[in-house]
Design a protein around this ligand. Structure first.
Ligand code: ADP
Ligand code: MG
Length: 342
């Protein structure tokens, strides 16, 4: 096993630079998730680590060696793709053993590894089937099995669950988490889904437009987002923003200041209008039984959402005031978006 070190990594297609100097340290055995909106550079970054995409400048190291010029098959990495990329005319067994055969691994060793991986993934009964006769979830398990048999130093996953339906996504996500616990291997996982990032990661890397916005544990990012972008990307429903400069002794101040505040829907508490930090007109209630999502229209016309254990008693159109614990009120700079910590 090995960690991954990335220094001032850049990628251009023609004259267009799409990765703008990324620095990142991934520890041996860590589960790291790259998350961000579509087009932010997650796949490009992963493919540069895999060796599938040429590096324009900067370095990628796996363990102690720079691998910029090392062929993908010699980097000790194994990649799992969204589209599975299985050979349709080969059995599951052959799909899983193909890479080892290419590497001239002895037959008995191949057999041992394929059977052990199949056991872990519970696909032993399908080994002689063709991928064509498997469900999407089973195919993705074969693709993961093909990675496991190679016993890589680093596993790379590019949106491996995106082609699965919602229930299977949750189940397969758990299987990947168990696999990481069991193997203790370094894993790098790309997704645009913040729930996958929060649930799987030891460390989340939030990307936007070819730059890293923040690196941290899921809880770091949730509790102390470095800027307004991360604040709204992590958490669902997303954080509410208000044109309030700061909150002093529980009251809103300075709408004209160069800062604004953010409060997560689950941290807003209803209160009397005269003690409220913000207030809004009740527009719509989504009652999910376990909790209600209450949609309101704020004073300046900005909508916000409050997550409440019970739906409010007020009627549509009524004004409701809200407060929040002081340590749950985030403050960001209007010009730079950066977090203020005073
Ligand atoms: P993500 O995986 O986060 O959705 P990508 O890494 O695929 O994003 O793409 C990052 C950026 O690089 C995007 O702006 C995309 O249009 C651009 N890009 C990716 N591949 C190519 C290519 N082969 N040629 C030109 N631009 C590309
Ligand atoms: Mg991608």
């Amino acid at each position: 096993m090995a960690g991954v070190t990335i220094r001032d990594l850049r990628k251009s297609y023609g004259s267009a630079e799409v990765m703008h100097g990324v620095d990142l340290d991934i520890k041996d055995g860590e589960f790291t998730v790259f998350v961000g909106p579509s087009g932010c550079g997650k796949s490009t970054l992963l493919r540069m680590i895999a060796g599938l995409e040429e590096i324009t400048s900067g370095t990628v190291s796996i363990g102690d060696s720079v691998v910029n010029e090392v062929a993908p098959s010699k980097r000790g990495v194994a990649m799992v793709f969204q589209t599975y990329a299985l050979y349709p005319h080969m059995s599951v067994y052959k799909n899983m053993s193909f890479g080892l055969k290419q590497a001239k691994t002895p037959e008995a060793e191949i057999d041992r590894r394929v059977k052990a991986a199949a056991e872990v993934l519970q696909i032993t009964d399908y080994l002689e089937r063709s991928p064509r006769n498997l469900s999407g979830g089973q195919r993705q398990r074969v693709a993961i099995g093909r990675a496991i048999v190679r016993d890589p130093q680093v596993f790379l996953f590019d949106e491996p669950l995106s082609n699965l339906d919602a229930a299977l996504r949750v189940q397969t996500r758990l299987e990947i988490a168990r696999l990481h616990q069991r193997l203790g291997a370094t894993m790098i996982y790309v997704t645009h889904d913040q729930v996958e990032a929060m649930t799987l990661a030891d460390k989340i890397v939030v990307l936007r437009d070819g730059r890293i916005e923040q690196v941290g544990t899921p809880i770091d990012l949730y509790e102390r987002p470095a800027n307004g972008f991360v604040a709204q990307f992590i958490g669902s429903p997303k954080m509410n923003f208000f044109n309030v400069g700061e909150v002093v002794n529980g009251t809103a101040h300075a709408p004209d200041a160069d800062t604004y505040i953010g409060i997560r829907p689950e941290h807003m508490q209803p209160c009397a209008l005269d003690t409220a930090i913000v207030s809004g007109r009740l527009e719509l209630i989504e009652n999910l039984g376990e909790y209600a999502l209450v949609h309101l229209i704020g004073e300046a016309g900005n909508d916000f959402i409050v997550k409440m254990e019970q739906a409010p008693v007020q009627a549509k159109g009524d004004m409701i005031g809200f407060t929040a614990p002081v340590d749950r009120i985030h403050r960001f700079d209007k010009a730079t978006g950066l977090r203020h910590d005073s």
